[in-house]
Design a protein around this ligand. Structure first.
Ligand code: 0A1
Ligand code: ZN
Length: 849
């Protein structure tokens, strides 16, 4: 059990810090077990302070000495920080502390990864480096001196000097401590330059371990594209002389936007055709953009407190999705984002972990870096833009930067610039931030005398702590199609503000077919009675590509639901539509690939659950298998030809068009493998000169239980490459049949290259197990037990990654009582573990309630 009941922090209790921090000077004397951190911080008491107590956060620090204005002092130190009597006039605080980076397996604060020093300070890691008011609303300029034997020693801002065994950096932009960073080690840079629109010359570097230098050029191109895009689209220019990116192997998240010194999980920056898939390339481009865009949305304007996390994250995700849409295909990006939103955010919003886009309380902020804050936060911005229009959005955002540059802000500040720029009252809109849960919209329609009426009725189910919800403003984009498939009304945004509201369309000669929620204009669940014939019609004719895909997706889901519940055969009309579509060369290959990709098994489980059924993961898996087998057989004559036609020839390029073709090709290969027991896949494996094709072939073969030779060859070829080995670990679990998934995962945890301390490797195995729905939930509960065993071990090393992975259990109440009991006993076992971290304790407690 956790030591004491963890403290809950509330938004309503916010009080500003009583002191201004004028300047911060830090000196690091690096040493793996005993790094000394010397701080010199200038404080000025605020004349109007409500709270004058001088409290500095500090955890796991050995205090060596402290002084105020040069005089030694003896502060009161606890496990959380220190208090001290201080003057009522400006004073200088100095301290020296000792920390041990090499034993820091939590990867928070200053730690070591493969002999390299690096930091992770968001959200509250700086307090593990030195005593400091570690809160985002305390902003200051930092000057940093690093002393050590390392070849390269980096920190935020601009370099101001270096010599034998030392380097100095100064960051002129006031920042909160969570954006502090330091990196030191034997690193090699991939350099480039960028000239900003006002003519400022910026040095760019991607720093990597020796051996990885040939995997930087794609990341660098992505960075340069991002810098240019932010100037062109948002008018935002970079503001330092240098921008550094560093790749580290041991990192809890994807990447971190530290000012001028972004630190990346190596999986999110290193790329080469031989070692990275198309999906890796796309993700790397997006994450580089995301971190770069934070320079303005997060760094120049930051968050007043951690409850406002979506202020920077929702907006930055929204911006990176705009970027990807511009660089690649907007419709493919929208469809992929919605698949992701439904898979991760809807699961969260409809279970025990549901929380507001702006939460009002937490125990451990690290548990709130969620799909709700990030992805739903971005959806809320997309809705706002849709409601006010593109021009007003641009005006409001410009006002945001003009008014709040250099400040730590709130969601109220954000909404205020929209109110001021548009004159619109956003009171009701703000409920998107304060109410958790996914709204349902029930759609009914009627046609009489040339008038078509659409009636929309909204409701949001209860979520933890919020039994009742008010109606929200929901932008519902609608178009109408005539019986011949032509559009009779182009897209119009209906503003749903009431619990129930009707909208009329006049002058229509016949009852139209509605295309509702085009482009997925709001993160809601539509409930509308429809027929498969109508869905097939929309799949063939809708001019909105999202809704076209959605029609196919709904058909796929309905067909599988009928298979699971009634033992029905795969829907013949849908199969027919699919077989036509997959052969239709006039359609974008990426779109065809998306239509061919089955709805996720978790999504189906949720759909069944919402309709009052208890989902059986094995039955859902069996239906998916039967469906794919039937489709493959229906396409018997065409598959070899389709496979050949969609195979991308020539030198590999990660561009969106080729990637879309390869995606389609991979889906066809997986169908073909069902008919030829892996012959084509084995040939592709042997011939592949890029990871996308090698990986796709291996996945097909493992799925067909016919890939031992290739799996061994893959291992022999790539055992020296950590990132590729993550794929090898993950694929085996992801492709394992349900009854084998837990034992395959268990065996892999005994492999010499399995490393609990490396989050990527841990996630490769345990994350893949949790994602393999039928395997994880396989009768008997071996999957639950294995994950729990490993989470218990990991918690003592790395609470953050452990807590994040507990969300594998968040959907447990969907399932039958036997599975629920199996899961409950594992969750209770975890909760009863001695010294369980606050992170994991909070997650399990919330999931159990
Ligand atoms: N702010 C980063 C993500 C990040 C968040 C938390 C971390 O540690 C708890 C680390 C990174 C981003 O949005 O990219
Ligand atoms: Zn972010």
């Amino acid at each position: 059990m956790a030591e004491a009941t963890p403290e809950t922090i509330y938004l309503k209790d916010y009080t500003p810090f009583g002191f201004q921090v004028d300047e911060v000077h830090l000196t690091f004397h690096l040493s793996p077990r005993a790094t000394r951190v010397v701080s010199r911080i200038e404080f000025t008491p605020k004349p109007d302070a409500v709270d004058r107590s001088f409290f500095l956060h500090g955890e796991q620090l050995k205090l060596i000495a402290a002084k105020i204005d040069g005089q030694p002092v003896s502060p009161d130190v606890t496990g959380q920080g220190l208090t001290c009597d201080v003057p009522s006039t400006p004073f200088v605080w100095e301290s020296e502390v000792e920390i041990s980076p090499v034993t820091n397996t939590a990867l928070e604060g200053l730690y070591m990864s493969n002999g390299m020093y690096c930091t992770q300070c968001e959200a509250e890691g700086f307090r593990k480096i030195t005593f400091y008011p570690d809160r985002p609303d305390v902003m200051s300029t930092f000057t940093v001196r690093v002393e050590g034997d390392e070849k390269v020693m980096l920190s935020n801002g601009n370099p101001t000097g270096s010599g034998d065994g030392w380097a100095e950096w100064h960051d002129p932009w006031p920042k909160p401590a969570y954006l502090f960073a330091l990196v030191a080690g034997d690193l090699i840079n991939h350099p480039d330059r960028f000239t900003t629109k006002s003519g400022k010359d910026v040095e760019l570097n991607i720093w990597v371990r020796p051996g990885d230098e040939d995997k930087c050029s794609f990341g660098m191109e992505a960075l340069i594209k991002s810098m240019k895009w932010d100037e062109d689209v948002y008018g935002l220019e970079y503001d330092l002389d240098i921008f550094n990116i560093v790749a580290v192997d041991d990192f809890n998240m994807g990447a971190m936007e530290n000012k001028g010194l972004n630190i990346f999980n190596s999986s999110c920056v290193l790329a080469s055709p031989e070692t990275s898939t198309d999906a890796n390339f796309e993700r790397i481009e997006a994450i580089i953009a995301h971190e770069y865009f934070h320079n303005w949305t997060g760094n120049r304007i930051t968050c007043r407190d951690w409850f406002q996390l979506c202020l920077k994250e929702g907006l930055t995700v929204y911006r990176d999705s705009q970027f990807t849409s511009d660089m690649r295909s907007a419709s493919v990006k929208r469809i992929s984002d919605v698949i992701d939103l439904r898979g991760r955010q809807f699961a969260e919003d409809n279970g025990p972990l549901a929380h507001q886009v702006r939460p009002e309380s937490f125990q451990e902020i690290n548990n709130f870096y969620t799909a709700t804050i990030y992805e739903k936060g971005a959806e809320v911005i997309g809705m706002l833009k849709r409601l006010v229009g593109d021009d007003a959005y641009a005006k409001a955002v410009a006002l945001y930067f003009e008014r709040h540059d250099g400040q730590a802000c709130t969601i109220e500040d954000w909404l205020q610039v929209f109110e001021d720029a548009t004159g619109r009252d956003l009171g009701q809109f703000s409920k998107w931030y304060s109410q958790a849960g996914t709204p349902r919209i029930k759609v009914t329609d009627d046609y009489a005398d040339g008038t078509y009426t659409l009636t929309l009725e909204q409701s949001t189910p209860p979520t933890p702590g919020q039994p009742d919800k008010d109606p929200r403003v929901i932008p519902v984009a609608v178009g109408l199609l005539g019986q011949n498939g032509d559009e009779v009304r182009g897209t119009e945004v209906l503003e749903l503000t009431e619990a129930k509201q009707s909208f009329t369309f006049e002058g229509l000669p016949a009852k139209p077919i509605p295309s509702v929620l085009r482009e997925f204009s709001a993160p809601v669940i539509l409930e509308r009675e429809s027929t498969n014939a109508e869905r097939a019609f929309l799949l063939a004719h809708d001019s909105d590509s999202f809704n076209r895909w959605e029609a196919g997706n709904t058909l796929a889901k309905e067909s599988r639901v009928a298979m699971v519940l009634d033992g029905a055969a795969p829907d013949a009309d849908y199969l027919d539509a699919l077989t036509k579509l997959v052969r239709d060369d006039s359609l974008d290959p990426a779109f065809r690939a998306l239509v061919l990709s089955p709805p996720s098994q978790s999504d189906l489980a949720q759909t069944l659950f919402e309709r009052g059924h208890t989902p059986n993961p094995q039955a859902i898996y069996d239906a998916a298998e039967t469906f794919a087998q039937t489709l493959a057989e229906a396409l018997t004559d065409s598959l070899p030809r389709l496979y050949a036609d969609t195979t991308v020839q020539g030198a590999y390029s990660p561009d969106a068009e080729s990637a879309g073709k390869r995606d389609l090709n991979a889906r066809i290969l997986s169908l073909l493998t069902r008919l030829d027991s892996g012959e084509a896949a084995a040939r592709q494996y042997d011939a592949a000169d890029n990871m996308t094709q090698q990986n796709a072939a291996l996945a097909c073969l493992l799925k067909a239980e016919n890939g031992e030779t290739q799996s061994q060859a893959f291992y022999d070829q790539w055992q020296g490459d950590r990132l590729v080995m993550d794929k090898w670990f993950g694929l085996q679990v992801a492709c394992a049949a349900p009854e084998k998934a837990a034992s395959v995962a268990s065996e892999l945890t005994k492999h010499a290259l399995f490393d609990m301390k490396n989050p990527n490797r841990f996630r490769a195995v345990m994350g893949a197990l949790a994602m393999n729905q039928a395997g994880f939930h396989y009768a008997g509960g071996a999957g639950y037990k294995l994950l729990t065993d490993n989470l218990i071990i990991l918690d003592a090393l790395n609470p953050q990654t452990t807590a994040r992975m507990c969300s594998a259990f968040q959907t447990w109440k969907r399932y039958d009582s036997t599975r629920q009991e199996l899961i409950r006993s594992q969750l209770e076992r975890m909760l009863a573990t001695a010294n369980l971290s606050r992170d994991t304790n909070e997650m399990i407690t919330r999931i159990l309630n």
